[in-house]
Design a protein. Structure first.
Lengths: 80, 729
């Protein structure tokens, strides 16, 4: 697993309080009922803490799947 | 290759799997950057370890074995991470053992949490609690605290954590405050509080408190936190009739407090209002009579005044917490607009920390004693070597910093914190600055117990606690020597050890930041406490020369006054009920409202004040007896440890027997509920001459037939004002 996925997976595990969670690009609020607005805040916060970035309103609203979140992170220079 | 930081080195190294050459580079990297001083670096090492273990398990274990001979703290951390990622939890915990005392602050929290996590995974449940509590105490990171809360939730399914108090805490807020709950739970655990937290629906604090069927009412809170924010007041930049606005807003909250107090019986913790950092009016916002900045400050003042008039309401100074944290970071506009989060996620630990400090005060967990090393703490240099003229105290920047710290300590002592000296020194050297140095702020009279000798610090700390008659868990230890700190932490884990920074300029902040000495009120007894302990030590000297105990008591010339509870003595009574541990027959903790309810229901009460030739010990005994059938049951009986061993319990009990007889109660039932700390009164009722009268679960009962007269101890002179109020049945 690439390091970026390793780090993201850990953020997801902590946000959803599930140590068995496996990261996949397809994860989204549609495929994961637990991904509600509070979980979304936890994910965004987790990423801000882990990668030392700050999201804009638009990026926060857009990041509604692992694939989209990774794209947003990549646009901020986080690749690994 | 010379690389500036561990993080940069890891970045350059690239993703696992690693070749042998890369693994060797990694070992070089953790050898060159051996100190645990970067959270980001430690986190990255964890990820590298996890990626290696999942990619090439054999190589990961091989690297772990190789790191065993590397004497580097980061290397040790990487080894533990590799072992954890390989599922070898017990070995990982073992690798971490020596790291625990090597880091400070956030890095220490991380090591402690990892240690607790591995101990839990390895099944060593009883060893999880100490490192987990230390992580909760030293961290200000939302992530570490959230993870600590999660581990706590998992671990308590396997074993019972060592809580000192339980509290049902309701968080009602005009903003989204859900993220505070896990953080607060972790911080409370760090203070020994089992926090059962209820989160009210967003922005419905009014309905929740007023509706008798609300989720809040069903939760039966002990403490209600009312987290109102400045936006919820809906103030305009400039208001037309500011005085009316202040009065109305304050009255609205006061009426909520009344409901919370009277109907729900809860203590209220009310947030005050932050003055927001961005005002269109700028400085004028506070300068104009109707400006919002001015109004928010006026409302805050009015809230403090109102809380001062009301029992059981405390104000959390959110404006000050925000200012200390930095208002630019306290407010996160993105989180506000996307999720109505306030304050920002990163500010939650600062908020939770101060909330916990007030909860400690409410629950009677305020630390009582600050034990101080001397050289390097109260002055610079070594008195035994440098002499009076050689130590740094006043007269220069570093010397001024020590004077500043002493001023802070003296202020603490005046609010009731007991100061002790715990120093490895010749006693005659140690007292010299106190007696003769012109810049010395603290004098001998400010020190309740003075221990300067060559014994170990643990031994002296135990002796100090014994002389003050307090538990080790009420003590805080300050020493500039990390070796002494680490030894005390290992041998006396109950004691709070301050991570003293190297620079004396930072001493005040280091102690103050911990929030260990918060109280809700300062009573007369608090202000006189140091003198009282010093007198107690003089009494002990007298005791050692007296022929017998009774002879000693007679020489003390004890005078006791018993009175019923009233408005004036109630705050002190509430304080005693919530913190007394040792001479406490039932250890029932009650708030102000609950005690008033007992009074209204006709309970007989005694508040005992004791004094002797050395001085007044103040209000130090409390007894509540509740009429039950034809008798009286002693629901609560306690005495402060300051006055034990003086047969005062006989005076209190005798007065109760007399009251019962005069009011035609046939008998008195005594009750004893054992705790970890009250074994000294397990046979109290037997010693008084009562007979055992059965048991109900943990509750043991004893009986006194009122027809028997109780002999008062002759050497104690007592005035009993409680009988006067008795109504003849």
């Amino acid at each position: 697993m690439a390091l970026i996925d390793q780090r993201l997976q850990q953020i997801f595990r902590e946000a959803f309080e599930n140590d068995k969670l496996t990261l996949a690009d397809s994860l989204s609020p549609e495929t994961m009922p637990a991904w509600d607005s509070l979980a979304h805040v936890k994910l965004m916060m987790g990423c801000e803490e882990e990668f030392g970035v700050k999201f804009t309103i638009e990026e926060t609203v857009e990041s509604t799947s692992v694939a989209k979140l990774k794209a947003v992170l990549a646009s901020k220079g986080v690749g690994r | 290759m010379n690389i500036a930081s561990l993080e940069l080195g890891l970045l350059l190294l690239g993703d696992p799997p690693y070749s042998d050459a890369q693994a060797a580079e990694l070992v070089d990297l953790v050898t060159a950057h051996a100190a645990l001083n970067s959270i980001a670096g430690l986190t990255r090492l964890e990820h590298q370890a996890a990626a290696m273990a999942s990619g090439d398990p054999a190589a990961a274990l091989e690297l772990a074995a190789r790191l065993e001979s590397v004497h580097s703290d980061t290397g040790c951390w990487l080894r533990a991470a590799l072992l954890e990622a390989s599922g070898r939890f017990a070995e990982a915990a073992g690798a971490m053992r020596f790291l625990r005392e090597k880091a400070a602050g956030e890095e220490r929290a991380m090591v402690m949490l990892a240690s607790a996590r591995n101990l839990f995974a390895a099944g060593h449940y009883d060893r999880v609690w100490y490192p987990l509590a230390e992580a909760c105490k030293s961290s200000a990171s939302p992530r570490t605290l959230r993870n600590a809360a999660r581990l706590l939730a998992q671990a308590r399914k396997a074993a019972e954590p060592p809580f000192r108090r339980r509290s049902r805490i309701a968080l009602l807020s005009t903003t989204t405050i859900d993220l505070l709950a896990p953080i607060l739970r972790a911080q409370c655990f760090g203070s020994g509080i089992d926090a059962d937290i209820y989160i009210g629906p967003f922005n419905q604090h009014e309905q929740e408190i007023r509706d008798p069927d609300s989720g809040l009412a069903r939760f039966r809170p002990d403490v209600i936190v009312i987290g109102t924010d400045w936006r919820s007041l809906g103030l305009r930049d400039e208001e037309d009739s500011p005085a009316d606005v202040v009065r109305a807003r304050c009255a609205q909250l006061e009426s909520l407090w009344r409901e919370a107090r009277e109907r729900l019986g809860a203590t209220v913790l009310q947030f005050n209002y932050e003055s927001p950092p961005f005002e269109a009016l700028g400085h004028l916002s506070a300068a104009l009579p109707g400006g919002r900045g001015r109004l928010l400050r006026a409302i805050n003042l009015a809230l403090w005044e109102a809380a001062g008039r009301t029992q059981g309401v405390a104000i959390l100074d959110v404006d000050q917490i925000a200012a200390r944290f930095g208002k630019d970071r306290w407010n996160d506009p993105v989180l506000w607009y996307t999720a109505k989060q306030y304050p920002s996620a990163e500010a939650m630990p600062a908020l939770g920390h101060q909330l916990t400090a007030l909860l400690r005060a409410i629950l009677g967990l305020t630390s009582k004693c600050l034990a101080l090393d001397l050289d390097g703490v109260l002055w610079g240099g070594v008195i035994g070597e440098d002499g009076l003229a050689g130590i740094q105290l006043g007269g220069g920047p570093a010397g001024e910093a020590f004077v500043g710290f002493q001023r802070y300590l003296q202020s603490l002592a005046r609010t009731g914190v007991l100061l002790a000296v715990c120093s490895k020194n010749n006693p005659e050297d140690a007292v010299l600055p106190f007696r003769q140095h012109p810049e010395m702020v603290l004098r001998e009279r400010d020190i309740a117990v003075f221990m300067a000798n060559w014994k170990s610090k643990d031994e002296n700390l135990r002796a100090i606690a014994a002389a003050m008659n307090i538990g080790l868990d009420a003590m805080v230890f300050v020493d500039d020597n990390p070796v002494e700190r680490s030894r005390v932490r290992q041998n006396l884990p109950e004691i709070e050890v301050v991570d003293l920074p190297a620079d004396p300029a930072q001493y005040v902040a280091a102690v103050c930041r911990l929030g260990l000495f918060e109280t809700l009120a300062i009573t007369r007894e608090d202000r006189d406490r140091t003198a009282s302990i010093r007198k107690n030590l003089e009494r002990k000297t007298l005791a050692s020369t007296a022929a017998s105990v009774d002879d000693y008591l007679a020489q003390l010339e004890i005078k006791v006054q018993l009175a019923s509870f009233d408005e004036l003595n109630l705050p002190r009574i509430v304080q005693l009920i919530n913190k007394t541990n040792q001479f406490n027959l039932t250890t029932r903790r009650r708030g102000d409202a609950e005690i008033r309810a007992l009074l209204a229901a006709g309970a007989y009460t005694q508040a005992m004040r004791a004094g002797d030739r050395f001085g007044d010990s103040g209000l130090t005994g409390v007894l509540i007896a509740i009429p039950e059938g034809s008798g009286l049951r002693i629901d609560t009986w306690l005495m402060s440890c300051r006055v034990l061993g003086r047969r005062l319990e006989e005076t209190m009990f005798g007065a109760l027997v007399r009251y019962a007889a005069e009011n035609r109660y046939t008998h008195i039932t005594g009750e004893y509920i054992p705790t970890a700390k009250n074994s000294q009164v397990s046979d109290l009722y037997i010693r008084l001459g009562c007979v055992p009268a059965g048991q109900e679960g943990e509750r043991r009962f004893f009986l006194w037939e009122t027809a028997r007269v109780f002999p008062f101890p002759a050497m104690i002179e007592s005035t009993d004002l409680t009988q006067r109020l008795s109504v003849t049945v």
